[in-house]
Design a protein. Structure first.
Length: 348
């Protein structure tokens, strides 16, 4: 690995108490090029712009995937990652679907650890503080030929972060027209285009006063699938239900962590399809206790209400909610507060 250190740090220019998510970046970045049929020697260099040819393949045909991860600092200054191998595995699953060469585990893990050790001062300790990590890869060959690229760039950049959503109310609109993904598509991959396609329907929901869209299946708009960029859980009585992963739904790292922790807490977990009508009926008969989303950026966030067929529904307020219990359990592992019997925590 080639390393070039930044001459001067930017950290003194950053107000860590007032961060806008994903707009401030640390001093260094990881870079690796795929050329002549192989991944070349990786580099860590000062964070900087990259130059692209106007014909760069990714700009025309969307061959691009990414991951979302975080690093955490405990009260003793130790730096930790949370289940990074799961992100590497999912990255390569996405790459395979988008006909991008898979990235070596050794390059990924060693590069990530070295980058985080070099920029460890950018990770603030304390609850809600973290360093958001964005690995991504895109087709970099200068060509407008409609074919898989022969060249790729793999990059990791880092951004200090606080809480993603600050509003106490988190209301969602259940999709009745738009779809996030369809059978046989790329919904399970973290393909860049999946997220670009969400912006328009999400903006419509936000204009109506909702924070996000709950996506439903493309065939009938009958089943709950994801909540914005999060996996979704529904609690009916004392059971939580979440949709099974498939080629439409992202296999969330936080989702599978929440399922494992819930089971170990003695909570009944059911992985199955759930209809919107089942949720509405449960709310009407009093058995719907809570709905929450899970994801890297938010960890676990309670959904306070939802809109469906021009009717707004308000969820009950619960003090000892499953969402709160699961968020506490996950973050205490991430910040090295509690024991980690699963070996999810990885020291940098």
């Amino acid at each position: 690995m080639e390393i070039e250190r930044a001459i001067k740090t930017k950290i003194n220019q950053v107000d860590f108490k007032n961060l806008s998510f994903g707009e401030t970046f640390s001093d260094h970045m990881f870079l690796c090029d795929y050329l002549k049929g192989k991944w070349n020697t990786p580099k860590i260099i000062p964070y900087q712009p990259i130059t692209l040819d106007p014909s760069t393949s990714a700009l025309h045909y969307g061959q691009a995937v990414f991951e979302g991860m975080k690093a955490y600092k405990d009260n003793n200054g130790g730096v930790w990652m949370f289940r990074p191998k799961e992100n590497w595995l999912r990255l390569n699953k996405s790459c395979k679907r988008m006909k991008i060469p898979e990235f070596p585990e050794d390059y990924f893990m060693k590069g990530l650890k070295k980058l985080l050790s070099m920029d460890s001062e950018w990770i603030q300790s304390g609850g809600e503080n973290s360093l958001y990590i964005r690995p991504f890869v895109f087709a970099s060959q200068p060509t407008v030929q409609a074919a898989p690229s022969k060249e790729y760039k793999f990059i990791i950049i880092c951004s200090p972060a606080k809480s993603y959503y600050n509003d106490s109310e988190f209301n969602v609109l259940i999709a009745e027209k738009f779809s996030r993904a369809a059978d046989g598509g790329v919904g399970y991959a973290k393909a860049a285009g999946n997220y670009g396609a969400q912006f328009y329907p999400t903006s419509i929901a936000q204009q109506k006063g909702y924070q996000q869209v709950v996506w439903t299946d493309a065939n009938e708009h009958k089943y709950l699938e994801e909540a914005g960029t999060m996996n979704i859980f529904v609690r009916i009585d004392n059971k939580i239900i979440t949709a099974p992963t498939n080629d439409r739904i992202l296999d969330g790292v936080t989702r599978k962590s929440a399922i494992q922790l819930a089971k170990d807490m003695g909570i009944d977990v059911e992985v199955r399809s759930i209809t919107v009508n089942e949720v509405v009926n449960a709310l009407n008969d009093g058995s719907l206790k809570e709905i929450f989303g899970t994801g890297t950026a938010v960890v676990v966030i309670p959904i306070t209400g939802f809109g469906y067929k021009k009717i707004d529904y308000k969820l009950p307020s619960i003090k000892d909610s499953y969402a709160k219990r699961l968020k506490t359990a996950i973050t205490e592992i991430q910040y090295n507060i509690s024991d980690d019997p699963y070996n999810w925590r990885v020291r940098v």
